[in-house]
Design a protein around this ligand. Sequence first.
Ligand code: SAH
Length: 223
Amino acid sequence: MRTQGQLVERLKSSGVVKHADVERAMRECDRKHYVDSGIPAAYAYQDSPLPIGYHETISAPHMHATCLELLRDHLTEGARVLDVGSGSGYLAAAMGMMVGDTGKVVGIEKHPELVEKSIANVRKDHPKLLEDGVVELCAGNVLGDALDREEPFDAIHVGAAASKLPDVLVKKLAPGGRMVIPVGSQWDYQVMQCIDKDEGGQVHKHDLMYVRYVPLTEPGEVW
Ligand code: SAH
C-alpha cells in the first residue's frame, strides 16, 4: 500500500473500519507524518506497529481503527477525551478530528522527548488542531500526578497495558463515558477491556479481545 487512502480501504474491506466518521478521521490523518523520518514512506502504510524512538512504537493501524470504532459514540462534537500514552500523536489527532472545534483531546505521554516529537508530527499533519487547542499533548505519567488537575473525560483511550485496571483512570471517566484499556501482564498477552460508567456512576466492564501492548509504567519504573 502506498497511500493512507489505500490503507484505510484495506481496513474497510476487512471490516475493521465500519463507520464513516472513523473512516474520515483515519483518511485525514496521514500515518507518514507520525512514523520516524528514517523509516521508508511505504512502511508507514503497512498494518503493523513501527518504532517511534525511546523503545516505543506507534500502534498498528488496525488497533487505531478498532479503538476509534469502540469509542466512536463518545467521540462526538464537543467531547472531552484522554489519550494515555499518546506516543506518536496519531490517535490524539484522529480523535481531535472527530470531536470538532468545540472538543478537546488531552494526550499524556511519559517521555517528554516523544511529546515534542508528537507535537511536531501533528503540526505537519493538522496544525489547526494545536492552534485551536483541540489537541493538547503533555508530558506526564498518568499513574503519578499527571491527571490530578484534569476534569473527567467522556472517552479515555489507553495505549499501554496496565497490570490491573487503574483506579485513577476509572475516577477520571465521566458518567456516561467509556474507556478502552489493555489489562494484563506485561510478559504475556493482555485483554482489551471496555469500561463503561453509567449515568449513576456504576462501572460495567467487558472483555473484548486479546492484544499485545507495551506496559503502562509506574513513575520511575524503567521499561
Ligand atoms: N497510541 C500511541 C501508542 C504509543 S505506545 C501511538 O500509536 O503512537 C504507548 C505509549 O505509552 C508509549 O509511548 C509509552 O511511553 C507511554 N506510556 C507508558 N506508560 C505510561 C504512563 N504511565 N503514563 C504516560 N505514558 C505512558
